[in-house]
Design a protein around this ligand. Structure first.
Ligand SMILES: [Zn+2]
Length: 360
C-alpha cells in the first residue's frame, strides 16, 4: 500500500507492507488525517523528541533512524478484524480513536511508531476497545480533527476556570490556540481575548468565538487586565480583596511554544494569574522566578487529553458546539503531504491541512 514515510529526515511517498491486525486489533482504511505541528517538529527533530521523552521517563518507542509513517489525527473506516475481537462495528463504519495502539509488546503511539503506520498511509491497524464510531452525518474531515480539538479541551479542563470569575487570554492562534478558544467557548467560559501576529489567525480566532482579538504589534494583549479591574501589583490585589472586593483572575494560555514567550508572559501577567502552557517548546528556555514570586503566578503544563476528553470533543464537534470546518485551510492526497509540510511553515496561509490518502 502507499504511504508517506519519514526516512532519513525527509518525507517520501513509497510502498510499504500491508498492516495485519493482531489480536484485539482492527484493520481500517484511512479516510482523512490532519497534519499536526508535532509532525512538522518530528520530521526534523525526532532525535531531540526521543531524548526529551526518555528524560521525562516516558516510553517513546520511535527510533528516528528507522522508517516512520506519521499521522495521529485520523478518521478511518473499518475493513476487517484480527483475532480475539468482538467485531463491535460492521465493516464500512467510520471510526476515530485516541492514537494509541495496544500491541502484543506494549502500547505504541499511532503516528510515531516504527512498527505500525499512522494516518499518512492508505490503511492502519487500530485497537478495537479504543474505537469510537463517528456520529451519523458528521463529515469525515471534521471527525478527524477530534484529536487536535481534544488538546484544547484538556488544556481548558486543566485550567483553574472553576468559579467563573476568570478572564482567559490565549496567546497564539495556530491550531492549538484555536482549539483552546473553541473549548473555552464550548464550555461557556469568557471573556476570551486572543492574540496573534497573523491576520489570518486572528480572523480564525474571531470565527471560533474570541470576544476580543489583539494584534500585538498594535496593542498589548495584557491591556485587558486593567480594563477588567485587575490590579497591577500583588500588594494592591491583597488590599482590595481585604476590602471585600471580588476580583477576576487572569488565566493565560500559552499556545506558541518558542523560547522567550513564557518569560514575556510572566513579566506581563497580572498578580495571581495562572499560565497554562499548551504550546510545545522543545528548547531550553529561561524564566525569572522572582517575577512569578512577586505576583504569585501559577504555572501549569499540560499534555494530550484523556479518553473521556477525546470522546466529549467528538460529541462537541458532532453536536455543533465546536465547528471543525473553519480551521481546515487545505486538503491534499498522499502525493501532496511533503509540500503541505512546507506550506504549514508559513502561518499566514494555513491552519490545518487534512490528508486524504484515497485522493488521487
Ligand atoms: Zn497532534
Amino acid at each position: 500500500m502507499r504511504a508517506v514515510i519519514r526516512r532519513g529526515g525527509r518525507l517520501v511517498l513509497d510502498s510499504i507492507a500491508e498492516p495485519e491486525p493482531d489480536k484485539g486489533q482492527v484493520l481500517v482504511k484511512t479516510l482523512a488525517c490532519g497534519i499536526c505541528g508535532s509532525d512538522l517538529h518530528a520530521l526534523h527533530h525526532a532525535p531531540r523528541m526521543a531524548e526529551m521523552a526518555k528524560k521525562a521517563g516516558n516510553v517513546f518507542t520511535m527510533d528516528p533512524a528507522r522508517d516512520v509513517v506519521f499521522g495521529h489525527e485520523f478518521c478511518a473506516e473499518v475493513l476487517d478484524y484480527g483475532p480475539q475481537t468482538e467485531r463491535r462495528f460492521k465493516p464500512g463504519t467510520r471510526v476515530v480513536s485516541v492514537p494509541n495502539l495496544i500491541s502484543p509488546t506494549g502500547i505504541e503511539t499511532v503516528g510515531y511508531s516504527n512498527r505500525y503506520p499512522g494516518g499518512y498511509a492508505e490503511r492502519m491497524v487500530l485497537s478495537e476497545p479504543l474505537l469510537l464510531p463517528v456520529p451519523n452525518g458528521l463529515p469525515t474531515d471534521h471527525a478527524a480533527l477530534t484529536e487536535p480539538f481534544a488538546v484544547g479541551a484538556h488544556a481548558v479542563a486543566s485550567a483553574s476556570l472553576g468559579d467563573g470569575d476568570t478572564a482567559a487570554l490565549v496567546i497564539g492562534c495556530g491550531p492549538v490556540g484555536l482549539a483552546v478558544i473553541a473549548a473555552l467557548k464550548a464550555r461557556g467560559y469568557g471573556p476570551v481575548i486572543a492574540a496573534d501576529y497573523s491576520a489570518m489567525r486572528r480572523k480564525l480566532a474571531e470565527t471560533y468565538g474570541a470576544d476580543e482579538v489583539v494584534d500585538p504589534t498594535i496593542a498589548s494583549p495584557h491591556a485587558c487586565w486593567s480594563r477588567m479591574g485587575i490590579p497591577a501589583s500583588l500588594r494592591d490585589w491583597r488590599i482590595r480583596v481585604a476590602g471585600g472586593e471580588r476580583l477576576k483572575r487572569g488565566i493565560i494560555f500559552e499556545c506558541v511554544g518558542v523560547p522567550g514567550v513564557l518569560h514575556g508572559l510572566m513579566e506581563a501577567a497580572p498578580p495571581t494569574a495562572q499560565i497554562v502552557v499548551v504550546g510545545v517548546c522543545m528548547e531550553t528556555d529561561k524564566i525569572e522566578p522572582y517575577l512569578g514570586i512577586t505576583k504569585e503566578i501559577e504555572l501549569r503544563f499540560v499534555l494530550g487529553y484523556s479518553r473521556e476528553e477525546f470522546a466529549r470533543t467528538l460529541a462537541d464537534i458532532a453536536e455543533g458546539r465546536i465547528d471543525a470546518a473553519p480551521i481546515i485551510t487545505g486538503t491534499v492526497g498522499l502525493d501532496g503531504v511533503a509540500q503541505a509540510f512546507e506550506d504549514l511553515g508559513r502561518p499566514e496561509r494555513h491552519a490545518k491541512i487534512v490528508v486524504e490518502p484515497g485522493r488521487a
